[in-house]
Design a protein around this ligand. Structure first.
Ligand SMILES: CC(C)(COP(=O)(O)OP(=O)(O)OC[C@H]1O[C@@H](n2cnc3c(N)ncnc32)[C@H](O)[C@@H]1OP(=O)(O)O)[C@@H](O)C(=O)NCCC(=O)NCCS
Length: 183
């Protein structure tokens, strides 16, 4: 099975268990040493599936959730975006999350999901966007590769730990929307 067999499509409420599986599995492979182990151990796919189901049933305008689905129909990644959360007036939209199972990382699916999100924001008249990422997460280099420019840094409290987040910003989403695997 190759990455070219993987389809990117809008998430449906029935994708909630698949998204929850990717969500919990990737947090446990991405965040050891960054996020407290007790939080990662305590994550529950059932709880995450209920939360995702609620979010996907609501479908707020201007938001987008996309899944990457392999040739067997399994969700191997997801990404979600919408209006900017919190006070960061330079950007209209925000990429809230993007997560891929370990075994499909580095095969161009992340780029395709970013393009799908940029497209969605542009469709809703949002030309700029940001993403917040833990400063010590190597995924930050992915955002730089996708054309994001460092925009801000902030301390946060998460599960009883003091962490630092970094923001990347896109002042024009058109080049990102035009990107596709191998482009
Ligand atoms: C970050 C993530 C979404 C990227 O998706 P991906 O499918 O692995 O990335 P792609 O294969 O589309 O890579 C696109 C480009 O970014 C580069 N890139 C991807 N991850 C990178 C990294 N960690 N460091 C440096 N470059 C990276 C690739 O080399 C590629 O470069 P190219 O244009 O020269 O070919 C994925 O690796 C992932 O899910 N990581 C774990 C979860 C995570 O940290 N999510 C972000 C939370 S803020």
């Amino acid at each position: 099975m190759s990455a070219s067999d993987t389809v990117i499509r809008e998430a449906q409420p029935t994708d909630a268990p698949g998204i929850a599986h990717v969500h919990v599995a990737t947090w446990r492979t991405t965040y050891p040493g960054l996020v407290p182990a007790s939080f990662l151990v305590g994550m529950s796919e059932d709880q995450a599936a209920r939360r995702w189901s609620g979010l996907l049933l609501t479908r707020e305008p201007g938001h987008g959730t996309f899944v990457a689905v392999d040739a067997r129909g399994a969700v191997v990644g997801f990404a979600t975006c919408g209006p900017r959360r919190g006070g960061f007036p330079d950007f209209g939209g925000e990429f809230y999350a993007i997560y891929l199972l370990d075994e499909v990382q580095g095969t161009g699916i992340g780029r395709r999901l970013m393009a799908a999100m940029a497209d969605r924001l542009l469709e809703h008249g949002t030309r700029t966007a940001c993403v917040w990422c833990l400063r010590d997460n190597p995924a930050r280099w992915f955002y730089e590769r996708m054309g994001g420019a460092r925009a801000a840094e902030r301390p946060i409290q998460f599960a009883g730990s003091s962490l630092v987040e970094i923001a990347y910003g896109w002042q024009d989403l058109h080049p990102l929307a035009r990107m596709s695997a191998g482009a």
